[in-house]
Design a protein around this ligand. Structure first.
Ligand code: CA
Length: 105
């Protein structure tokens, strides 16, 4: 099952399971440089413990394992999210890793 955050609103993703994939479209998430039609690249995804940490990480996609919040952090280590935002909340805050994502154009 693919799960596609629709734009930069805070989408609630329910019933996420390990075989599911969160689809990130590079037309929406233009700061991503991951290869299209693959998992997200090393360094473009990280797990954090708070929104503040998400805003300051180098990774463009940050996930708070505490709250299930998924952030698009387009400006990397600069404070804030640039033109990004929280893009989703994954109900139950399941464990996510790089393989939880598919990058498409
Ligand atoms: Ca930032």
């Amino acid at each position: 099952m693919g799960v596609a955050p629709s734009g930069l609103g805070d989408n609630l993703i329910q019933n996420f399971e390990a075989e599911d994939s969160i689809v990130l479209d590079t037309s929406l998430f233009a700061a991503l440089t991951s290869t299209v039609d693959g998992a997200i690249a090393t360094g473009e995804f990280t797990v954090v413990s708070s929104a503040e940490e998400a805003a300051l990480t180098e990774a463009k996609i940050a996930y708070s394992s505490a709250t299930g919040a998924l952030y698009y952090n387009s400006d990397g280590m600069t404070d804030g999210f640039g033109n990004g935002a929280q893009i989703a909340t994954i109900e139950g805050a399941p464990i996510l890793n790089m393989d939880s994502f598919t990058v498409q154009a």
